[in-house]
Design a protein around this ligand. Structure first.
Ligand code: G
Ligand code: G
Ligand code: MN
Ligand code: NA
Length: 253
């Protein structure tokens, strides 16, 4: 993929668009909400995945403007759905920088404050792929978001720097088990110790769990037997354009 020095113009021209991957309640089969996943939709129809531009966004200082544009679009896309279905959650991926400088709290208030999307419907995901510097600042922001009523999820759990003490200090609400672990599940009755360990860790911490990258019925059955309620993955749906997500949300509600 060509380097993306065109990113600032693309943000301003509305080419960076949200897609919505449904999160399913494994116990009931109903929809629990979604994760917002960004895509760059070029005017020629080409769709570029975030892997190709997310690092450039971070390095070029466009991470925050890109996230703000995305959150505004999410608000416009989902306000009506969220208003009518208060239990539906919306997961938004944040850059570490946005946590660190604290501006995320004001940004969330100014974008969602006067809308029919409740703060309690928002889940902010922070990845543990990169180490979180400045624990003090990050901690304060997490607490401020939780004080609004939103939840904070640790994304890509198990792949990076998580350990019990670290997660406990952060005070997060949800652990998202990365798909590299879910991939290890081959059969509903064949134990996968590393998955079980992550589940135990989350249970010990008292956090919710969302399993990512669920692709097979066997994986879903295994996770359900372990008491996991929430899952996302190609078994259910990929990240969908807004109209497809809204239709699915009504159908599976
Ligand atoms: O959707 P896809 O599998 O291509 O996403 C690849 C990576 O990009 C994932 O790690 C995902 O968390 C990240 N990502 C997707 N959308 C966003 C976004 O809006 N903001 C941030 N910070 N990361 C995102
Ligand atoms: O890091 P994060 O969890 O935010 O990234 C989610 C990424 O995983 C997105 O790029 C999304 O498109 C991708 N993804 C979602 N579901 C599946 C799945 O079932 N299998 C695989 N291989 N990738 C998935
Ligand atoms: Mn995520
Ligand atoms: Na992940």
């Amino acid at each position: 993929q060509a380097p993306t020095f065109d990113l600032e113009r693309a943000i301003n021209d509305g080419e960076l668009r949200p897609r919505y991957q449904p999160v399913i309640d494994l116990q009931t089969g109903h929809i629990a909400g979604c994760e917002v996943l960004i895509r760059w939709e070029k005017p020629n129809g080409e769709v570029i995945s975030p892997g190709a531009f997310i690092e450039y966004a971070e390095l070029s200082g466009l991470a925050i403007p890109m996230t703000l544009s995305l959150m505004e679009q999410v608000r416009d896309d989902l306000e009506d759905l969220c208003d009518r279905h208060a239990h539906l959650k919306v997961g938004i991926n944040l850059f570490e920088r946005h946590f660190r400088d604290g501006s995320i709290v004001e940004d969330v208030q100014s974008i969602f404050g006067a809308t029919n999307i409740r703060y309690s419907q928002l889940v902010f995901e922070i990845t543990e792929r990169q180490p979180l510097s400045d624990m003090g600042g990050v901690n304060a922001v997490i607490h401020a978001l939780r004080d609004l009523g939103s939840k904070v999820a640790l994304d890509d759990a198990g792949t990076g720097h998580s350990n019990l003490a670290y997660i406990q200090k952060l005070g997060i609400d949800i652990v998202k088990i990365d798909r590299v672990f879910v991939e290890l599940i081959k059969h509903r009755n064949q134990p996968v110790p590393v998955v079980d360990a992550l589940i135990s860790m989350a249970n010990d911490l008292g956090t919710e769990i969302i399993a990512e990258g669920v692709e097979t019925e066997e994986q879903a059955l295994y996770l359900r037997k372990k008491g996991i309620r929430q899952a996302q993955g190609f078994l259910f749906a990929p990240a969908l354009p807004v109209d497809a997500y809204l239709a699915l949300a009504e159908r599976m509600n």
